[in-house]
Design a protein around this ligand. Structure first.
Ligand SMILES: Nc1ncnc2c1ncn2[C@@H]1O[C@H](COP(=O)(O)OP(=O)(O)OP(=O)(O)O)[C@@H](O)[C@H]1O
Length: 251
């Protein structure tokens, strides 16, 4: 897997990729991101394994989106070292579709060269949106727009898929369907996923591993020892949910 090292790396910070990085989708060492002199991310270390579905929880304002933006390469004003696959894609809570481009053109937006329409069609079929290929974004429902945004991420064939509250604005039923879709896509694609959410049940439902961010670092890190598919009523589900709520300071 080709990796992208980005910084700028602070004087004295590590610069070489560790040998074990081959099986890691992400390796972050000593990452700090400050705004106005305040470190929102504070010497954070994190390794994400290739193919693993990781969910990132944390109180509002703790720095989850900031971390995701750094991993996406959208924010490089950092100290420390970040190793990520070159093939990575991000989808946000707002689908961010360009209203003056048809859906399929939105899916191909930003890809290098002149990618063929077929690439967009394949990705749209994967998210069940082939019938909206030529639609204008404003004619899509919220769930459809979010699926178009997912197709735009998938067409990049990512080794790392970064999802920032992608279901946050969806109604309950559409949200369940979107969660199931992401779970299926992940199983089919085998890419590493890092999903930011506020929903503890969603974390337990989808994740191999759950992280809780606090104080600018990963404060809690657990594997999810439950078989798939999971249901809220499964033995073990409630126990893990309560543990995570306690970590979040809710219980
Ligand atoms: N561009 C920026 N300029 C100044 N401060 C920022 C900027 N981006 C983020 N912050 C601050 O950094 C902190 C973390 O923001 P971030 O969006 O990463 O939190 P979050 O955990 O994703 O929050 P939420 O769960 O509410 O979305 C906040 O205090 C926010 O105000």
């Amino acid at each position: 897997m080709a990796t992208d090292v980005h910084g700028p790396v602070a004087p004295g910070a590590a610069t070489a990729a560790p040998a074990s990085a081959a099986s890691a989708a992400v390796r972050v060492t000593g990452l700090t991101r400050s705004f106005d002199g305040r470190a929102v991310i504070d010497r954070l270390d994190l390794t994400l394994r290739a193919g693993e579905f990781t969910v990132l929880l944390g109180r509002s304002g703790c720095g989850k989106s900031t971390l995701l933006r750094v991993l996406a390469g959208l924010d490089r004003e950092i100290e420390g070292e970040v190793l990520v696959p070159q093939r990575r894609a991000v989808a946000f809570q707002a689908p961010r579709l360009m209203p003056w481009k048809r859906v399929w053109r939105n899916v191909l937006l930003g890809l290098p060269g002149r990618p063929a329409r077929e690439h967009a069609e394949r990705a749209l079929a994967e998210v069940g949106l082939e019938h909206r290929t030529d639609a204008w974004p404003k004619t899509l429902s919220g769930g459809e727009a979010q699926r178009a945004s997912l197709a735009r991420a998938l067409v990049r064939e990512p080794d790392l898929l970064l999802l920032d509250e992608p279901f946050g604005a969806l109604d309950a039923l559409t949200r369940i369907k979107a969660q199931q879709l992401v779970a299926r896509l992940w199983q089919r694609r085998g890419c590493a996923v890092l999903l930011v959410t506020h929903d503890v049940d969603e974390a337990v439902l989808l994740a191999d591993r759950v992280l809780v961010m606090d104080g600018g670092r990963i404060a809690y890190d657990t594997q999810v020892p439950l078989e798939r598919p999971r249901e809220v009523g499964d033995p073990g589900f409630a126990a893990l949910r309560n543990r995570l709520l306690a970590e979040l300071g809710v219980l």
